[in-house]
Design a protein around this ligand. Structure first.
Ligand code: F6R
Length: 611
């Protein structure tokens, strides 16, 4: 989605803004722009296409100024082109606005402003904001922004500069459009995502819904839209700049796949005690043992990859806690009359903590009295402010658009949550829980073993890169593994892929199979191993090339598979963490062979802050 950055200080803002925008490229965008204030007034440049195009424009026609705004746009209203790129100006050319989100009442505002003589040049909803500020500007731009905010409907994050008041930047947030102020020494930074700030500062202030911040080079003033002062101290983030670098890997996605052993380790750290009991009490806020003993149902929600992690959680919780567990996509949950009540524990899973559908689902759950547990990777994000307790995944910044290490971290969090609940509710003998917890602590080493198969997977990927369509099969707790494998492949390689519960094959998808349609099946140990082996045999009988994620010593798999990607034997309940890594690598190598833009696949955004 759109990226916003701002700078005010003693340095030239242009290189800082361009560097910060480059760090937001991963979020997906189609045009970029910048506006600065200098002795000549407000000056800017913008261009459709990648940031490199803007950089080359600025090379030919340089800009300077110690206060500025930058933007990467992901088109909603109006095509991606130079004119629709942000920043957008008012008639006088003294006010510049960058915006993320949607202004729902822009059409009516635009008509009114046109009738007052304002001239519009773009097709965007954003342009009404600069004109509206101009119409309210009686010499105090902050007041004019305040009046403008009172008239805007929709979810937005926006940034404003005015050459009539060149000593401050103004930002406002309504809804799921993150904005973070970075506090420096006599300089201040603002960005819509943390990786854009990490080069400059780790002291951050998260702007929340309904808040406005006026930023000068020596500090910031936070208020409500109406002007009521808000005190919030800066929070030091633990992520560092190196985590947001490629560190010698060809792509961020590959680096992030290889970070998984350490991410699992980090997510487990301090949460399993020396007796192998999982103890999450200190982190879960008001979700204490008594509350957990009183719930009668669990409901899990999220989008995309986070949804798949939730599905693994569903199987774990059913198996270990024995409560009814429902799973629903957040985009369906919000419109599907969800049956949740004060006796329901709702788990909302989101890497970013800003996904619009997940946030809305979480609000609905809260509104119906449910207890909300957020599973999230970003400290201070929207979800973590709504929930009753947050179980943080400790994945660090994920730059590749395709989620990999954060999925593994989410599944790790699901294992922890299930072990914690099972202990508190006494649903599984403590010895068995400790056995699983001990096996969990060995997972980082098991994932490492799988990653060593990267070359073999690359060889298989070369053949598969010719395929038009690929079917991924799994059952039970590895059904979500199959879904995730298919999602990874389609989003980065643009090859059609479907994940299926293997038992469902003969109810339809088997019709797709022929010798040109590879089938990737997850056939590891557990009570469904023989069942899925039969399903794979059915696919083999239709001449589909068979690739199995399986144990190296499984003779039955060796008989049937054309290719085997070996994975170590772990407790079947923990296998999704080990089994997903080869599927991530398979998708990565296929996309790389095809020459796809692995880290920034077409049409996709890292964080989906619109419905
Ligand atoms: C796929 C992917 C997406 C996200 C989804 C939810 O690789 O990254 O499917 O998982 O958009 O995002 P979060 O977890 O930020 O809510």
């Amino acid at each position: 989605m759109c990226g916003i950055v701002g700078y005010i200080g003693q340095r030239d803002s242009v290189p800082i803004i361009l560097d910060s925008l480059a760090r937001l490229e991963y979020r997906g965008y189609d045009s970029a722009g910048i506006a600065v204030i200098n002795e000549q007034g407000l000056r800017g440049s913008k261009s459709v296409g990648k940031l490199a195009r803007l950089v080359s424009l600025l090379h030919d026609d340089p800009l300077h100024g110690s206060i500025g705004l930058g933007h990467t746009r992901w088109a909603t209203h109006g095509r991606p082109n130079d004119v629709n790129a942000h920043p957008h100006l008012d008639c006088s050319g003294s006010i510049a606005v960058v915006h993320n989100g949607i202004i729902e009442n822009y059409a009516e505002l635009r008509e009114r402003l046109k009738a007052q003589g304002h001239r519009f040049v773009s097709e965007t909803d954003t342009e009404v904001i600069s004109h509206l500020i101009e119409s309210h500007d009686k010499g105090d731009v902050v007041e004019a922004v305040r009046r403008t905010l009172a008239e805007l409907r929709g979810a937005f994050g926006l940034g404003v500069i005015s050459s009539k008041d060149p000593s401050r930047l103004i930002f406002a947030r309504n809804g799921a459009s993150p904005l973070i102020v970075g506090v420096g020494e006599n300089e201040m930074f603002v960005a819509s995502d943390i990786p854009a700030l990490l080069q400059y500062t780790r002291e951050t202030v998260v702007i929340q819904e309904g808040e406005m911040v006026v930023v000068g080079s020596d500090g910031y003033k936070l208020t409500s839209f109406e002007g009521a002062p808000i005190e919030r101290k800066a929070l030091r983030i633990t992520w560092n700049a190196a985590q947001a670098e490629k560190s010698g890997y060809k792509h961020f996605m590959l680096k992030e796949i290889f970070e998984q052993p350490s991410v699992v380790k980090e997510t487990l750290a301090g949460r399993i005690d020396e007796d192998y009991d999982v103890r999450l009490e200190p982190e879960l806020g008001s979700i204490d043992d008594e509350l957990l003993r009183s719930i009668s149902k669990i409901c899990i929600t999220g989008c995309g990859t986070a949804y798949h992690a939730g599905m693994v959680g569903m199987y774990l919780l059913r198996s270990l806690v024995g409560l009814p567990v429902e799973m629903e996509l957040a985009s369906e949950f919000r419109y599907g009359d969800p049956v949740v009540d004060p006796a329901t524990l709702v788990l909302a899973i989101s890497q970013s903590g800003e996904t619009a559908d997940t946030i809305e689902a979480a609000k609905i759950a809260k509104g119906r009295g449910a207890t909300l547990l957020g599973v999230c990777n970003v400290v201070g994000s929207h979800l973590t402010r709504l929930d009753d307790g947050t179980l943080y995944t400790r994945g660090g910044p994920e730059i590749g658009v395709a989620a990999t290490k954060t999925y593994t971290a989410q599944v790790t969090a699901m294992i922890l949550a299930a072990l914690h609940l099972a202990r508190v509710r006494g649903t599984v003998p403590p010895q068995r829980l400790r056995e699983i917890a001990r096996a969990t602590s060995l997972l980082p080493a098991a994932v490492d073993v799988v990653l060593n198969e990267s070359d073999r997977i690359k060889r298989i990927a070369r053949t598969m890169s010719e395929a038009q369509s690929v079917l991924f099969l799994g059952r039970y707790i590895n059904y979500p593994t199959a879904l995730e494998g298919a999602l990874k492949l389609k989003e980065i390689s643009y090859i059609h892929a479907e994940g299926y519960a293997a038992g469902e094959m003969k109810h339809g998808p088997i019709a797709l199979l022929d010798r040109r349609t590879p089938v990737v099946a997850v056939v590891t140990s557990g009570h469904v191993r023989e069942k899925i082996l039969s399903n794979v045999a059915e696919a083999k009988a239709r001449e589909a090339p068979i690739i199995c994620v399986a144990h190296a010593d499984d003779a039955d798999v060796a008989d049937i598979a054309d290719e085997i990607i070996p994975v170590p034997r772990v407790d079947p309940l923990l296998a999704p963490i080990v089994n997903v890594a080869p599927l991530q690598l398979l998708a990565y190598h296929i996309a790389d062979f095809k020459g796809c833009d692995v880290d920034q696949p077409r049409n996709l955004a890292k964080t989906v802050t619109v419905e």
